[in-house]
Write a protein that binds this ligand. Sequence first.
Ligand code: GAR
Length: 201
Amino acid sequence: MTSIAVFASGNGSNFQAIIDAIQSGDLAAEVKLLVCDKQDAFVLKRAKQSGIDTFAFQPKAYASKAAFERQIAAELEKLKIEYLVLAGYMRLIGPTLLERFSNKIINIHPSLLPAFPGIDAIGQALRAGVEETGVTIHFVDEGMDTGPIIAQKRVKVCSKDTEETLAAKIHELEHRFYPATLQQLFHQASEGAEHGKKSVN
Ligand code: GAR
């Protein structure tokens, strides 16, 4: 069973989708911790309701990003977390976590990256008048919504779409696509580890 920590800053509908997929047996993982950088985020209520431990911190209470990431890293190490799953965590990951979790940090972004990185990706797409946008799941590097792409799915933009209708389509897709992609990734990783063991034996 893969041990994960979910990082989120807001509503947490993707966090909820991950929890639900685990509960229904579609995702073989355990969410051991929710990390949240906003004390009043709704995602904290969701975690409480599901009995998941939280680490909620105030970035401004620390001298630097390295300082709060060192504390997060200590929490993650205590729990033997294998993967960090970013689900609406609106903050760049710094070298402290990137070095400790190299190729083990995953993000979801509501556009077909490299198009429309950063905040308000859905609004950016709508204002640009594109005919399609989508969702990208990728490994995290030091950039803003950059890093190797794991999977992408397209969403058609209709002329009638508003930010609300387009956001609804994208979120509905995210909630199915993120758990399914994580399941594939963790499954492949565990098969790879098994192969590794066999070739050593
Ligand atoms: C999601 O749409 C996610 O793709 C996006 O934030 C939303 C969080 O929603 N992430 C980014 O824009 C990352 N750059 P949620 O809190 O309801 O899961």
